[in-house]
Design a protein around this ligand. Structure first.
Ligand code: ADP
Ligand code: ZN
Length: 524
C-alpha cells in the first residue's frame, strides 16, 4: 500500500525543511506529484492561492534546474533573494543583469549548480539561451502568468507566443502553465501554445470567502471613500484604484489632508519614488496606496484589508485581480467600489476608441458588459462574479452588499421608455445632462435653442427627480440599451426596440436609482 506515510513523502519533507510548512494546500499536493513524476499540467488558481510551490517543490525534487518563465522582471530579484534566504540555489536571467552577471548565471546553469532559474521570456527565447538549455540539466519549465500568451487577455505579451518552442524543442521536459485568470478562450490558447492538450488541468475555486464585495452609486467619491475608511478601516492598509494619474494625486493629497496616511503611486513617478511607495506599503502597518492599475501586480502583502475602486476597472478579470489583492491572509476584508454614469460612458468610449482590431474590441466590450451586469445586479454578487469564471456558487453568500441589504427592485419599463425616446427624439446625440433636462422639463438655453421644449417628451419625467433619471440612464448604458458615442452623446441601440415596444420589461434597482437611500447601508 502506498497510502501516505507523510514523514517519508519526499515532497512533504522538502516543504517542511525548506519552507517550514506542514502541509500542502488544496490541489498543490496533486500538482506537485504530477509534475515531479514528469507530467505536464495546467494550473488555474486565484492570486494568493499558492502557485509558486507548485513548481518550486518539483524543481527541487527532480534532477536539474527548474526554469520559471515570468514577465514580472521587477519582481525576480526579490523572489530569488527570498529563495536564497531559504537555502535554495536560485538565480534569474533578464535585461537588468550585466554581461558578467549573465555569464555567471549561464555557467552555473551548465554546471548544474542551480535549483531554480527565473527568466524573462525574451531572454529565454534568445537562440543562445535555448542552445544552453539544450545542454543543461533541466527539471521542468514553469510558465507563470500563462494567460499572457492570449491576445484575448488584458496582459497579452507577444513574446509569450514564442514559447511554443518549448513543446517543440524540449518535448521530454515537463511543462507547467500557471495563471490566475483564464476564461475558456484564454485557456484554449495556453493549451495550444504550450502543447498541453490532454494534460491534467487543476482548477481551483475562485471564491475568496473572506472578501466582502460592495458596489455603490457614485455621489461624492472622495467623501464616500473617506466615510468608508473612517468607519470600517481606520488605520488599515489598503489600495485605492483610480483611472488617471491626476485623480490618483488628487485623492492621495486629499486623504492626507484628512489625516489618512496615504501615498500616491502611478507610472508617471520616477522609479525611485515608486519603489519608495512600494517599500513603505510592504513594511508599514496602515498605509493607504492610491494608485493606477500599474500598482499591485505581484505584490504579496498578506494583510491588505481593503481594495477600493473610485473608477470602474475595464473588465471582470481586472476587477477580480485587483480586488484579489485584499485579504490574502484569509481575514475579513472589503472590496469596495463606487461608480456612476460618467464612468460607464468613459470606459465604453475608451474601448471603442482604441486601435485594437474589431474582434478584440468586441471581446473587450463583452468583458466590460459582464462587469456592468455585476455592478447593477440585485442578486448575490459572489454568485454573479463566480458564474463569470464558470463556477456555480450556491448563494446567497451572506457576505456581499446585496446579501446583507437586499435591494428593492422596481419595474421601471415606463421610465426606461421615456429616457430612450428622449434620446431618439433629440437625434441620438446628446449626453445624460441634456436628456435629463428634457425629461424634467427644464427650459434651459440649450433645450430651447434646439427646440427640444416643443417635443412630446419634454417634461414627461417630472414625476421623478434628477437622481432617478441619472440612475435610469446609467443603467440603460450599463445594460446596453443606450450606447455612448462621441462627446458623450447617448444613442438608442438595436436592443432598445423591444423595450420601447413593451416586448421586454426592465426592472432596476431602487437603491441605485436613489443613491441617498444606499447611504444608510452600514454593512460589516
Ligand atoms: P500565488 O502565486 O498563487 O499568488 P503564492 O505562491 O505567492 O500565491 O502564495 C501565496 C502565499 O501563500 C505565500 O505567502 C505562500 O508562502 C503561502 N503558501 C502557499 N502554499 C502554502 C502552504 N502549503 N502552506 C502555507 N503557506 C502557503
Ligand atoms: Zn452575496
Amino acid at each position: 500500500m502506498s497510502a501516505a506515510l507523510p514523514a517519508t513523502d519526499p515532497a512533504l519533507k522538502i516543504l517542511k525543511t525548506v519552507w517550514g510548512y506542514d502541509a500542502f494546500r488544496g490541489v498543490q499536493a496533486e500538482i506537485v506529484e504530477t509534475v515531479a513524476g514528469g507530467g505536464n499540467a495546467l494550473v488555474l488558481m486565484p492570486t494568493g492561492g499558492g502557485k509558486s510551490l507548485c513548481y518550486q517543490v518539483p524543481s527541487l525534487l527532480r534532477p536539474g534546474v527548474g526554469i520559471i518563465v515570468s514577465p514580472l522582471i521587477a519582481l525576480m530579484k526579490d523572489q530569488v533573494d527570498t529563495l536564497r534566504a531559504l537555502g535554495v540555489r536560485a538565480a534569474y536571467l533578464n535585461s537588468t543583469l550585466s554581461p558578467e552577471g549573465v555569464r555567471e548565471v549561464e555557467a552555473a546553469l551548465l554546471s548544474g549548480e542551480l535549483d531554480l532559474l527565473y527568466a524573462a521570456p525574451e531572454r529565454l527565447l534568445l537562440p543562445r539561451t535555448l542552445d544552453l538549455l539544450e545542454r543543461a540539466p533541466v527539471a521542468l519549465f514553469a510558465v507563470d502568468e500563462a494567460h499572457c500568451v492570449s491576445q484575448w487577455g488584458h496582459d497579452f505579451r507577444p513574446e509569450y507566443q514564442g514559447l511554443n518552442v518549448l513543446p517543440e524543442r524540449f518535448a521530454h521536459i515537463p511543462r507547467l502553465a500557471l495563471t490566475a485568470t483564464a476564461d475558456d478562450r484564454t485557456r484554449a490558447d495556453i493549451l495550444r501554445v504550450l502543447g498541453l492538450h490532454g494534460a491534467p488541468q487543476f482548477i481551483s475555486s475562485f471564491d475568496r470567502p473572506n472578501i466582502q464585495y460592495r458596489v455603490a452609486a457614485k455621489e461624492g467619491p472622495k467623501t464616500q471613500l473617506l466615510d468608508f475608511i473612517r468607519s470600517e478601516h481606520a488605520g488599515d492598509a489598503g489600495i485605492v484604484y483610480c483611472l488617471s494619474r491626476k485623480s490618483v494625486e488628487d485623492t492621495a493629497a486629499w486623504l492626507q489632508a484628512q489625516g489618512v496616511d496615504a501615498v500616491a503611486y502611478h507610472a508617471g513617478l520616477s522609479p525611485r519614488e515608486r519603489n519608495h511607495a512600494q517599500d513603505r506599503f510592504l513594511n508599514e502597518e496602515g498605509l493607504v496606496v492610491v494608485a493606477t492599475v500599474a500598482f499591485g501586480m505581484g505584490i504579496d502583502k498578506p494583510n491588505v484589508r481593503f481594495v477600493a475602486h473610485l473608477d470602474l476597472p475595464k473588465s471582470m478579470e481586472s476587477y477580480y485581480q485587483e480586488t484579489g489583492r485584499a485579504g490574502r491572509d484569509g481575514l475579513a476584508s472589503t472590496a469596495w467600489m463606487v461608480y456612476g454614469l460618467a464612468d460607464v460612458v468613459n470606459v465604453r468610449r475608451m474601448l471603442a476608441g482604441s486601435d485594437a482590431p474589431e474582434e478584440v474590441k468586441r471581446v473587450e466590450a463583452g468583458k466590460l458588459d459582464a462587469l456592468l451586469t455585476f455592478c447593477e445586479t440585485a442578486a448575490c454578487r459572489r454568485e454573479v462574479l463566480l458564474a463569470y469564471f464558470g463556477e456555480t456558487f450556491q448563494g446567497p453568500c451572506g457576505n456581499c452588499d446585496t446579501c446583507l441589504n437586499p435591494p428593492q427592485v422596481r419595474d421601471m419599463t415606463r421610465e426606461a421608455q421615456m429616457a430612450l425616446s428622449a434620446a431618439i427624439r433629440t437625434g441620438n446625440r446628446y449626453g445624460a445632462a441634456h436628456l435629463t433636462d428634457v425629461l424634467l422639463g427644464r427650459a434651459t438655453e440649450k433645450v430651447v435653442g434646439m427646440g427640444h421644449h416643443t417635443l412630446p417628451t419634454f417634461g414627461v419625467g417630472a414625476g421623478h427627480d434628477e437622481k432617478v433619471w441619472r440612475g435610469v440612464l446609467r443603467q440603460l448604458v450599463s445594460l446596453g440599451y443606450l450606447a455612448a458615442g462621441e462627446y458623450h452623446g447617448l444613442s438608442a441601440t438595436g436592443k432598445a426596440r423591444a423595450l420601447l415596444k413593451g416586448e421586454t420589461r426592465l426592472t432596476l434597482r431602487e437603491d441605485t436609482l436613489q443613491p441617498k437611500a444606499a447611504k444608510r447601508e452600514r454593512t460589516r
